[in-house]
Design a binder for this molecule. Structure first.
Ligand code: FES
Length: 112
């Protein structure tokens, strides 16, 4: 039996502009895909979600269960980029699920 789709609403910031973002579970494969579709940041998500390019960098706060653990190449890529803040993550490694409700996502300018 399929579960009922739930609404996920959160706030995004890019280049000083605030975005009210709304989606549903399973609508996007990850946060990078959602941000690329709804906000279209310049040069965003260039490796397509492999966790290697670092162009999908965001600061995330207010996730329901805290930030998720690191997956695949994320930690190594952040280390190479000199990113050490706990809230700084690769959006391609963050699932779009209920934990994102009411979170705040700030997209980095790709010049860092
Ligand atoms: S899309 Fe390349 S690291 Fe996320």
């Amino acid at each position: 039996m399929l579960s009922k789709a739930y609404t996920i609403e959160f706030t995004g910031y890019y280049e000083g502009q605030e975005y009210y973002l709304r989606t549903y579970d399973y609508e996007y494969r990850n946060l990078m895909a959602l941000l690329k579709d709804k906000i279209c940041p310049d040069d965003f998500g260039q490796c397509g979600g492999l966790g290697r390019c670092g162009t999908c960098l965001v600061n995330v706060s207010g996730m329901a269960n805290g930030a998720p653990g690191f997956h695949r190449n994320e930690q190594a890529t952040l280390f190479k980029m000199g990113m050490r803040e706990e809230a700084t993550r690769l959006s391609c490694q963050i699932q779009v699920d209920e934990d994102l409700k009411n979170a705040v996502v700030e997209i980095f300018d790709n010049g860092y």
